[in-house]
Ligand binder design. Sequence first.
Ligand code: ADP
Ligand code: FRU
Length: 297
Amino acid sequence: MARVLVVGIATLDIINTVDDYPEEDAEVRASAQATRRGGNACNTAVVLQQLGHQCSWAGTLADDASSTIIRADLARYGVNMDAVQVITGGSSPTSYVTLNKQNGSRTIVHYRDLPEYSLTAFKQIDLTGFDWLHFEGRNVAQTRAMLDVARQRTPTIPHSVEIEKPREGIESLCDGAKLLLYSRSYVQSCHVTNSETSDPVTFLQAQQQIMPTTEHICSWAGQGAWGVDQQGKILHSPAQGLPCVVDTLGAGDTFNAAIIHAKLAGLPLADSLRDACQLAGQKCTQQGLRGIVQRQR
Ligand code: ADP
Ligand code: FRU
């Protein structure tokens, strides 16, 4: 069991399942609706808890009804919330998700106006005693400052950063990380400005040249995931062949949790990719994240 600090957001996800993905301006009826707690960092924490670790979440919460649902869900999994910053009068970030029954695709419309987690709050966390720190790559300037604080205070604790969206200056979060987890959409956005990084292999090779002591991993939906080791060797794991993809919401967050779990266990990159694709595959066959590790066995 390791102690892991995750820094990032929590959301309320309102998930409408539709029989077919609608046309723009159409009016369709959902065949099911579910409301769940979401957010990349919190999803990753909940999966890590199920893998046997003790997670603490650092992020902001409003003081509205949605935040009660968010809190209750995290508490159910045993996620520690001592570092949470409550914003009085704020409203919880909400994602409106259209889940396509045909293929499990999730289309997300996200709305937030809640302030992001502050550097001041982060500085109050006692980082000693954690074995791993994981950051969502958002709120770039403040997150960079948090990474610098962590590096200064606890230089021996490894950290990972999720590089998911092409936000301005997000590359500045890469420096010093033990592990960088890239999304397909981020890699593809790099292609727009640099034609040499159009595919995961070329992208990872380029990143490894720039940051040779960091492990770089990129998940690629139904094609699995690629990684590059410190010798520059590219490894690939195919995605699980699944009879039915039910719900891909949070597949990447699950994948990231499984990779962190593998790193904590000291597994080689090939095994880490294989295990993460297996657990993320399990996620795609079920609604939500509950019981994901048990079901996989
Ligand atoms: P995100 O949820 O961040 O968009 P991805 O779509 O890259 O992340 O998915 C993360 C992982 O989930 C993939 O590497 C793969 O292992 C698994 N996965 C996603 N979609 C499928 C699918 N259709 N079939 C099997 N596995 C999948
Ligand atoms: C899934 C997810 C959802 C959330 C959205 C935030 O990866 O974390 O739970 O609504 O992404 O971007």
